[in-house]
Write a protein that binds this ligand. Structure first.
Ligand SMILES: Cc1cc2nc3c(=O)[nH]c(=O)nc-3n(C[C@H](O)[C@H](O)[C@H](O)COP(=O)(O)OP(=O)(O)OC[C@H]3O[C@@H](n4cnc5c(N)ncnc54)[C@H](O)[C@@H]3O)c2cc1C
Ligand code: FES
Length: 314
C-alpha cells in the first residue's frame, strides 16, 4: 500500500512516531494487538514496526521508531529523511505476537522500544475491560516513550510499574522476581533487547506451555552461511548450489527470483517458505520450537540446511 505520513512526532529521546493513512482517507486493513507492518525505507531496505494505536481504529496506522545507533539505514532514514506529507510503501499488518484475549491475568514486560506492541495490547485489554500489569523499564526517563499515555491507560484497569535503570544505579529489573510474582495462570508477554528476552525466557521456562510470549526485534543467532548444499525449487524444477557466505535468500534473489523478505535476520517472518524435503538448520527467532522441530518450514534469509539437498515449495 502507498500511505501518506500524516504526522511525525517526537515521543522520547531518539524515538519518533509516524501516523500513516490512506491518501483518500479510506479504511485500512484491520489488525490485531501485537501486529506489525513493514515499511519500505529506500535502497531496498524493508523494516518491521509494531503498531501502537488502538486495533479498533481503521483510519490510521501509528508506529514508533527508535533510532538505532548502529543503523545501516532503516531507523536512520525514518528519523532523518521522512517528513509529514510524504508517501511511504507499507505492507499489510501481520501478527506473530498475538494477545490471548481471555487470559485470567496479563503481565506485560517491556524494555525500551519494546513497549510498542505492548502498548497496543494495553489499548485492547482496556477495551475488553480486562486487568493487566505492565513492568516497563528504560535506560533513562528521557528515553521512555508513551509514559504519560500509559499512566492514563492504567487508570481504568491497569497497573504500571516503571523502572529507570540510571536512577537505580544501573540496576536492571529483576525478571526472575517479576515472573515469580506473576499469578498462576497468567499470560506473560515480553518485548525488549535480546539479553532481556533471554533472561525472561529463562526465568519463565517453568511456566505452563503456551502462556509465555516473546517478540524479538533483532536476531539472536548468526545466520547459517556455510553453504555447500543444493536447493531445488519444486514448482519450477530449478536447482541452485548455495555457495559459502551466501544465505538461501541471497542466492534466490541473485538468480532473479522475486522472494518476499523484509528484515533479513530471521525476525519478521516475511521469507517463511514450505520445506518439502531436506533438513533445515534453523537460525531464526520467528518459528516456535515446535515448528522448528516439525522441519516443514524455513526462514530463507538466515537458516541453512544440514542435508545435501533442500526441496522448497517455490
Ligand atoms: C516484528 C518486529 C517489530 C518491530 N517493531 C519495532 C518498533 O516498534 N520500533 C522500533 O524502533 N523497531 C522495531 N523493530 C526493529 C526494526 O524493524 C529494525 O530492526 C530497527 O529499526 C533497526 O533497523 P536499522 O535499519 O536502523 O538498523 P540495522 O542496520 O538493521 O541494524 C540493526 C542492528 O544490526 C547490527 N548491524 C549493523 N550493521 C550490521 C552489519 N553490517 N552486519 C550485521 N549486523 C549489523 C547492529 O547491531 C544494529 O544495532 C521491529 C522488528 C520486528 C521484527
Ligand atoms: S526476511 Fe524477515 S524473517 Fe526472513
Amino acid at each position: 500500500m502507498q500511505l501518506i505520513i500524516r504526522s511525525k512526532t517526537t515521543e522520547a529521546e531518539d524515538i519518533v512516531s509516524l501516523e500513516l493513512a490512506a491518501p483518500d482517507g479510506s479504511a485500512l486493513p484491520a489488525f490485531t494487538a501485537g501486529a506489525h507492518i513493514d515499511l519500505s525505507l529506500g535502497k531496498g531496505l524493508v523494516r518491521s514496526y509494531s503498531l501502537v494505536n488502538d486495533p479498533a481504529e481503521r483510519h490510521r496506522y501509528v508506529v514508533a521508531v527508535n533510532r538505532d545507533p548502529a543503523s545501516r539505514g532503516g531507523s536512520r532514514h525514518v528519523h532523518e529523511a521522512l517528513r509529514a506529507g510524504q508517501a511511504l510503501e507499507v505492507s499489510a499488518p501481520r501478527n506473530h505476537f498475538p494477545l490471548v484475549e481471555d487470559a485470567p491475568h496479563v503481565v506485560l514486560i517491556a524494555g525500551g522500544i519494546g513497549i510498542t506492541p505492548l502498548l497496543c495490547m494495553i489499548r485492547r485489554l482496556n477495551a475488553l475491560g480486562r486487568a493487566w500489569t505492565l513492568h516497563y523499564s528504560a535506560r533513562t526517563r528521557a528515553k521512555a516513550a508513551y509514559l504519560g499515555v500509559l499512566r492514563e491507560l492504567a487508570e481504568p484497569c491497569g497497573r504500571l510499574d516503571f523502572h529507570v535503570v540510571d536512577e537505580c544505579g544501573g540496576r536492571l529489573p529483576d525478571l526472575a522476581a517479576l515472573v515469580g510474582a506473576s499469578p498462576a495462570g497468567a499470560h506473560l508477554y515480553c518485548c525488549g533487547p535480546v539479553p532481556m528476552l533471554h533472561a525472561f525466557e529463562e526465568a519463565a521456562s517453568l511456566r505452563p506451555p503456551g502462556t509465555v510470549h516473546v517478540e524479538y526485534f533483532s536476531a539472536q543467532q548468526d545466520a547459517a552461511l556455510a553453504g555447500g548444499f543444493e536447493v531445488v525449487l519444486a514448482r519450477s524444477g530449478r536447482s541452485l548450489r548455495i555457495q559459502p557466505g551466501a544465505s538461501i535468500l541471497d542466492a534466490l534473489l541473485a538468480d532473479g527470483l522475486d522472494v518476499g523478505h523484509a528484515c533479513k535476520e530471521g525476525v519478521c517472518g516475511a521469507c517463511q517458505t514450505r520445506v518439502l524435503e531436506g533438513t533445515p538448520d534453523h537460525r531464526d527467532s520467528y518459528l516456535s520450537p515446535r515448528e522448528k522441530s516439525a522441519g516443514d518450514a524455513i526462514m530463507l534469509c538466515c537458516s541453512g540446511c544440514t542435508s545435501e539437498k533442500l526441496v522448497l515449495d517455490l
